[in-house]
Design a protein around this ligand. Structure first.
Ligand code: GLU
Length: 289
């Protein structure tokens, strides 16, 4: 951990040329299961601005489950069971994701299309990338898409990946984003959500706790944040930290930041010390072969 105030920041991000931006459910849908269109449009605007600077961007997006629930509620306002978290079985979440994925993509199509940017959809499961041939196929497809100036929009293939949807709320697009970063050899993974970054204790319980601006040694950090905190207090940080571990080990720096900060993407790439930055422990490597 180091500098908190910009001058002398250790974040060497100005050189980043290939970036994965992960957008979490809470950011895209707020407290209610409704896609937050103004937020989505602004994030799309920011991604397009990076592209215009020659930076290749892959977006890993959540929000399919929220969009599916919204679609059913619009058709039938009495779908009360869907409001009951106990009813949110893995199967129901798979169903909602199947319904919502096309709606989610329609929103991205509209906002990117209005800026003249072509997008692609890629639905992946972990099994796809554990298998050498599938991983190479995936990598080749991403390379071609990026070469064509297309922005790939990735989500977990929730219909077949039900183990990824078990648990209370957190799916695993954090892990998926680290896998995608590795496949394409990204310099940087930016995980945007509603939290400002990583704290050493739960800020809801300890209002004075400070954001950890930079993490140079994930191993010592893991002990620090997992010690006194309950799983609930850590919120969605567990999967984010393990995603950071996976990505930094193969040369991808990681930032966890609040996606609602104005112009967060360009400010992060300018080295502004927002959120929590995890230094890559390896020099950037080539994409997996
Ligand atoms: N894939 C899920 C969705 O699109 C979310 C998974 C996650 O947030 O990690 O709704």
């Amino acid at each position: 951990m180091a500098d908190t105030n910009g001058a002398g920041s250790l974040r060497p991000l100005a050189e980043a040329r290939r970036v994965v931006v992960k957008l979490g459910t809470a950011l895209l849908s707020g407290a209610v299961d409704q896609l937050d269109l103004p937020t989505m449009e602004d994030l799309v605007r920011q991604v397009v601005a990076l592209r215009e600077r020659g930076i290749e961007v892959v977006v890993v997006t959540s929000g399919a489950v929220a969009a599916g629930r919204q679609a059913l509620e619009e058709r039938d306002a009495t779908i009360a069971d869907l409001d009951d978290p106990a009813e949110r079985t893995p199967l129901l979440r798979q169903v909602l994701a199947a319904i919502g994925q096309s709606r989610l993509m329609r929103v991205y199509e509209r906002f990117f299309g209005a800026r003249g940017v072509v997008i692609a959809q890629a639905l992946l499961t972990r099994g796809d990338v554990d298998d050498d041939e599938r991983r190479r196929n995936t990598q080749n497809t991403f390379e071609e898409l990026l070469g064509l100036g297309v922005v790939p929009i990735v989500n977990e293939n929730d219909v077949v990946a039900n183990e990824e949807l078990e648990g209370v709320i957190i799916g695993d697009n954090d892990t998926l984003s680290a896998v995608v970063a590795r496949i394409i050899g990204a310099d940087l993974l930016i995980i945007l959500g509603e939290v400002a970054g990583l704290y050493s204790a739960d800020p809801n319980v300890h209002p004075d706790v400070e954001l950890i601006p930079e993490v140079l040694d994930l191993e010592s950090l893991a002990a620090e944040v997992s010690g006194p905190l309950s799983p609930t207090a850590r919120g969605g940080m567990t999967t984010k930290i393990s995603a950071a571990r996976a990505a930094t080990a193969v040369g991808t720096s990681v930032i966890i930041a609040d996606g609602h900060l104005p112009d967060v993407l360009s400010r992060l790439l300018a080295g502004e010390p927002l959120g929590t930055w995890f230094a890559a422990t390896e020099k950037s490597t080539e994409a997996l072969g």
